[in-house]
Design a protein around this ligand. Sequence first.
Ligand code: ATP
Ligand code: MG
Length: 424
Amino acid sequence: MNFKVPRGTQDILPSETWKWQKVEKLINEVCEMYRYKEIRTPMFEQTELFQRLVGETTDVVQKEMYTFTDRGNRSMTLRPEGTAPVVRSYVEQKMFGYPDQPVKLFYTGPMFRYERQQAGRYRQFVQFGVEAIGSNDPAIDAEVIALALDVYKRAGLTDLKLVINSLGDTECRASHKKALIAHFKPHIEEFCSDCKSRLENNPLRILDCKVDAENLLIASAPSLADYLNDDSAAYFKEVLNYLDDANIDYEVDATLVRGLDYYNHTAFEIMSTSAGFGAITTLCGGGRYNGLAEDIGGPSAPGIGFAMSIERLLLALEAEGKSFDDESALDVYVVTLGDEAKRAGIKLLGQLREAGIRSDTDYLGRKMKAQMKSADRLNAKTVIVIGENEVAENVVMLRNMANRSQEKVATQDLVQKLNGILKV
Ligand code: ATP
Ligand code: MG
């Protein structure tokens, strides 16, 4: 039997995990700067939560969920996205009662969608997302967007484009919906079967269809921009003003709708414009979701957030030819010759680690040359060599790999000596 990693998932190996850790560290630091606090919700929820909040007519709910019946005969779903669980928790834990409003949260963790695998699209992927719940201030829309861009910029990305749109409020969406139905209905036979079923219940989705993207009727469809009422238009204008003030470039795209049902007002995506990036260029998507908490029995609490996958962030870095510095090099590799030296070496290793010095040694009983090779491969900054003579004299040979200099150091002075060398 040949076992393989499930389709659409990947093993992230030690040669890669350090990059993930870097991104996660960066995320934590940026969120701290903006006062977003981490929330960790379960990996699965009641299926109904996603049906209700993400929307029955969305691709995510209709085609992409990992749903199973548990032993208690309850329908459960591996979370396909992070907003619904966070809003569930917000309502259940009564976060609307917290003294500091809005509640500003972030999460990082695996999401699951049964999708066709391609570059940048996985069945298990890690999303970082933020949610600011409890404020209707356009300034916080701009803050959330700035935070997302900040993460990318600090990761080293430069080829970025922010695309933004307003989906308006319930009133404008209703009149726009009517116009869309009237526009598509006479020609609906030209569209895919999904779009046919979208026509009556969710015609906005047609604009987002990947199959019919080239149909000219999509380009000529009534634009949401023409259906924004005064309040919605004024809100959108303020968001854009705040972005201007923050020197954030954007492109308004009236056809940007988003794949999930819960959005209203601000909707945005951040794309990679790097030539090296594959077919999928969206790195991050987000928007406002006023009314979501209410949908599950909470108070009326306006919210805004985004989600980005770390997979696509790393792909974008690669496409731009950028990489992080690998700072995980070993400080010390301990080379020993003979049994006595081995014992002394292992003892020393314990002391080094106690002093916070990253160190390792040989566990295969190899010859000196092979041990030195290991030290090189592991990028050790220094090598300590211990033979019988050194044990007898209570010293070690310390080699600085940066300049290949070598000196004899008394064992009791070693930690201090190393700290001096490693600091520079
Ligand atoms: P797409 O149009 O690429 O399917 P989406 O509209 O489904 O994206 P969202 O649900 O808004 O995406 O998720 C936000 C972000 O999560 C995306 O911009 C992308 O970075 C990431 N993402 C979504 N699905 C996947 C996936 N299957 N694999 C990797 N990353 C993903
Ligand atoms: Mg999708």
